[in-house]
Design a protein. Sequence first.
Lengths: 216, 255
Amino acid sequence: MEISVMLAKLAGGMAVSIQIFVLTLVFSLPLGLVVAFGRMSKNGILRAIVKTYISIMRGTPLMLQLMVVYFGPHYLLGIKVGSSYRIWATMIGFVINYAAYFAEIYRSGIQSMPVGQYEAAQLLGYSKIQTFFRIILPQVIKRILPSVTNEVITLVKDTSLAFTIGVGEMFTTAKALASSQVSMIPFVAAGLFYYIFNLVVAVAMDQTEKKLSYYQ
Amino acid sequence: MNLLEMNRVKKSFGGLEVIHDISLQVGEGEIVSIIGPSGSGKSTLLRCATMLETMDSGELVYLGEQAAWNDKNGRTVYGDSQTLKKIRQNYGLVFQNFNLFPHFSVLKNIMDAPLTVQKRNKAEVRETAMELLRKMGLEDKADAYPCQLSGGQQQRVAIARALALNPKILFFDEPTSALDPELTGEVLKVIKSLADLHIAMVIVTHEMAFARDISDRVIFMADGVIVEEGTPEEVFASSNERTQSFLGRYGEMLK
Ligand SMILES: Nc1ncnc2c1ncn2[C@@H]1O[C@H](COP(=O)(O)OP(=O)(O)OP(=O)(O)O)[C@@H](O)[C@H]1O
Ligand SMILES: [Mg+2]
């Protein structure tokens, strides 16, 4: 097989990895906020449920969670799933896992806000929703950005876990090519890809942090 | 009609009553200072008046409209959120530690609530905000962020922010006690200059000379009760033992 063909296949895997990365962030960041609200809810039952969910997500390997999401419908419920379910299972697994991590980050950020900000907003007549979205959340985002950056960088590497349920992302493709072509090139290419991907993410997050450094 | 009426207010924290049956009225344009030793309940009283704290018993009335009243067991019940929202528009509060919004510029700190809460016209609000900044001597700081200002400047922004909503009554909880001594003067001067806006002011302060000069009425609180109230002349020349022993430290300075 020519190198160009090999690279084309790797590029396909790369696209899948990037897709997992982007979609996970797009869905887990907002979902994490919702989960954080559940975790801080006044309703004790809801709080306990959400707490359990978060502790399971953080206390078991993502690899295992992906398998449960993928095989669960068949083994537990006897539902036949097509092969297109692979990518769905991947997305569901990643999103519910990362939402749990982001929820804890949001929660720590929200709880670190001084009560004076809420009181000032209340005195000025802001509604609860206006207070949260105009006054609190923007400051929380600045505070939690370093922790979010850590998670996002972990996510770049975690996308390779999709290989456990046979999704043809970067790592799966590289591994298959390396053994069929008896070549190290796919592994080198994969390594470079993850490295550069992380670099880009780090630079982007750094830029965001700089952009938010206009105050305190 | 009184702007504010608080009738027979009681408030406890964890079983310990810190406000015992206090009543307070504030008339249109009146300037009232509240003085008293630390822990006497001055902040708690202001926080009850501004609904940051809920009263256990007692009534709260703004411009004849009831925000809170007693049920038949003498426990306070509050009005519905729509009523309270409307009533809140009557007053503002200037905090000891400013509580400006750090992510907003000075101008946005002042303009944001009139725009998003009162839905006023942007050009008009900007004009008002710039006018207030001029009054505060801060027109060159409109685009600065709170962290770039001194404490005294931040407090003046906080005053402008409260004034931008056109309150009828403005509460101050020790507006200068978080400031370095050399910055207190500028804030007190600004507060004095508000007297001709005919906004009623209720000021908790440890600045006795200031309280004496600015107030129509001085209230001396101790241990959760109003010990004495009257004109500055009356209170500062009081023969009441507790008042005297509290003012004793300041007496020399005031003569
Ligand atoms: N949130 C609270 N929880 C428990 N106790 C409180 C709370 N707020 C105030 N207290 C207590 O209530 C009493 C009155 O406090 P308050 O802050 O109203 O006094 P103050 O007159 O404003 O004092 P200072 O001059 O020091 O500001 C104090 O004994 C204080 O410890
Ligand atoms: Mg106080």
